[in-house]
Design a protein around this ligand. Structure first.
Ligand code: MG
Length: 194
């Protein structure tokens, strides 16, 4: 049987987008009021949705975004998987915005990890359903409750990277960091599904 595709989310999974973003917002004079919701409107309730969206896109086109990098443990974990499970396709999917500038910056962030060309950037906040639907079997590694729900609905196996905004997500195994996604853990998941 074909090996499942490993879909790796970027922000909140492969690298820390949230802390640099909120630090950047603070420099713009914005005050964050909540830290436990994935919905930015809960963090900045005084901003209109369109304004918030513009700010996220501004950040994602700023030098601060371009500088984001996966930490060494995340890199190591992916190389381990790539070496020990070479026939498992790895794809990176991000709803970070799809302007040329954002795509180029996101690609630069993936330098030095396995399969860096296997990156899809969707428009900001877009559902990953059309991408998840492209394969019959996948293991989806995510921090967004909504994207996890979509993956579950499509019958994919899900792994949730624990964050303050995703305490309650059913039907998924939970890890603290990408370093916990070992080749052994993936083999075990695959064995359980056969
Ligand atoms: Mg994410």
């Amino acid at each position: 049987m074909n090996k499942p595709t490993l879909f790796i989310d970027v922000d909140g999974v492969l690298l820390d987008w949230f802390n640099p973003f909120h630090a950047w917002m603070k420099r713009q004079g914005m005050r964050r009021v909540r830290t436990d919701s994935y919905d930015m409107r809960d963090s900045y309730p005084s901003l209109a949705t369109a304004e918030l969206r513009r700010l996220v896109l501004d950040f994602n086109q700023s030098p601060a975004f371009r500088d984001l990098q996966p930490d060494d443990d995340a890199r190591k974990a992916l190389w381990n998987i790539h070496h020990e499970l070479p026939d498992w396709p790895i794809r990176y999917v991000s709803s970070c915005g799809s302007t040329a500038k954002i795509q180029e910056a996101r690609s630069a962030q993936l330098t030095g990890i396995p399969s860096p060309m296997m990156l899809t950037c969707l428009r900001l906040g877009a559902s990953k359903r059309p991408i998840f639907q492209q394969v019959a079997r996948a293991i989806v590694v995510e921090d967004s409750p909504e994207q996890l729900r979509v993956a579950e609905e499509l019958g994919h196996f899900t792994v949730c990277v624990r964050q303050p905004w995703n305490r309650i997500v059913d039907g998924t195994i939970r890890i603290n960091h990408l370093r916990d996604l070992t080749p052994e853990a993936l083999r075990k998941i695959e064995k359980g599904r056969e």
